[in-house]
Design a protein around this ligand. Structure first.
Ligand code: PMP
Length: 363
């Protein structure tokens, strides 16, 4: 059977070794004679799994002791409302930086839950001659008392990544759904990091929230108990029945990441994969990138065919070559190759080879 490389933006491919392990122990996990998804979340075996998952995640991301780790429901979007409900109260204000479609969605959700005056936003994506670029504002010049600043360091749809650390006078909340653990970051620079799981962590539905303990003192809005961070901490992310199978797979992905050299090794591999693809795109007149060099996402490589009439035939040819899910998001068109941690370099090599071949035949 020839290998299929799946470039889906999410749910995305998971490490093959993890999927094989899950398959091998699906019917009998840990010698219990039952699947991990059929046992109590409060059983000692499952609790041991969750404890190990947290130890591994803390080690992988060097999470300081004054941060809590939550495994929650609701994916990425669930956290768009949770951060508002947990931290804004009736009076608090927040600043949102808009760099693309996900950070824009976060603003829209925040405005739904508050009065407009509580949410300020600044568009930080500039388009010059068709090229997108991030221009960070001088935050120190803004005379406001925000409870937090929200931003999205990797815009999955647009293929735009912000590599610079923000110099923010307010606590930073980052939506790292599509770049968590893709490279090293200093967690202590953030008040809250959250991520939907379905790219670099595990199956969709689950989300991970890393929250600094002082943030839990802020006044909250009335909200659903299962999205209440304070209750989540108090109940070890088990106020209600958590998505146990997704948690199990996330734990397996963390173990795989550690075995593969951790985030440092992943970051090196990710840079290599991205460079291979971007260098090829830049060397060709047939394909173009619409993102400036300094903001090109290492995880989501968006690109366009110079002749867009060939899009359908490109996608069909790619699928025939077992390179799947390359269609760009419907809002921006073109192509997108999502090359998260689980994508091996061979997948990117196969894609470049196909692109080269397709260009040769259609010049
Ligand atoms: N934020 C980002 C950066 C995303 O990429 C996504 C999903 N692609 C979301 C939020 C929303 O996640 P979910 O679909 O799990 O709600």
């Amino acid at each position: 059977m020839s290998v299929t490389y799946n470039f889906c933006a999410g749910p995305a491919m998971l490490p093959q070794a993890v999927m094989q392990k899950a398959q091998s122990e699906l019917l009998d996990w840990n010698g219990l004679g039952t699947s991990v998804m059929e046992i109590s979340h409060r059983s000692k075996e499952f609790i041991a799994l969750t404890e190990q998952a947290e130890i591994d995640l803390r080690e992988l991301m060097s999470i300081p002791a004054n941060y809590h780790v939550l495994f929650m429901h609701g994916g990425g979007r669930g956290q768009f409302s949770a951060v508002v409900n947990n931290f804004l109260g009736k009076q608090g204000k927040a600043l949102y930086l808009v760099s693309g479609s996900w950070s824009q969605s976060a603003v829209e959700e925040a405005k739904k839950l508050t009065c407009d005056a509580q949410i300020d936003s600044i568009n930080i994506a500039e388009n010059t001659n068709g090229i997108n670029q991030i221009v960070l504002p001088d935050l120190a010049k803004i005379d406001q008392d925000y409870r937090y600043l929200h931003y999205c360091p990797n815009e999955t749809v647009d293929g735009i990544e912000i590599f610079d650390e923000l110099d923010s006078p307010w606590p930073i909340i980052a939506d790292m759904s599509s770049n968590i653990m893709s490279r090293e970051i200093d967690v202590s620079k953030y008040a809250v990091i959250y991520a939907g799981a379905q790219k670099n962590i595990g199956p969709s539905g689950l989300s991970i929230v890393i929250v600094r303990d002082d943030m839990l003192e802020l006044p909250s809005l009335p909200q659903s108990s299962i999205m209440d961070y304070g209750l989540g901490v108090k109940h070890g992310s088990m106020y209600n029945t958590p998505p146990t199978f997704a948690w199990y797979l996330a734990a397996e992905v963390f173990a795989w990441l550690k075995d593969s050299g951790g985030v440092v090794a992943m970051a090196k591999r990710n840079l290599k994969k991205a460079a291979l693809l971007y260098d090829f795109i830049d060397s060709s007149d047939f394909y173009t990138s619409k993102v400036c060099q300094s903001n090109r996402s290492v995880m989501n490589v968006t690109f366009y065919l110079a002749n867009e009439e060939l899009n359908a035939s490109f996608l069909k040819g790619a699928t025939d070559a077992n390179l799947v899910a390359l269609k760009g998001h419907r809002s921006v068109g073109g192509m997108r190759a999502s090359i998260y941690n689980a994508m091996p370099i061979e997948g990117v090599e196969a894609l470049v080879e196909f692109m080269q071949d397709f260009a040769g035949k259609n010049q």
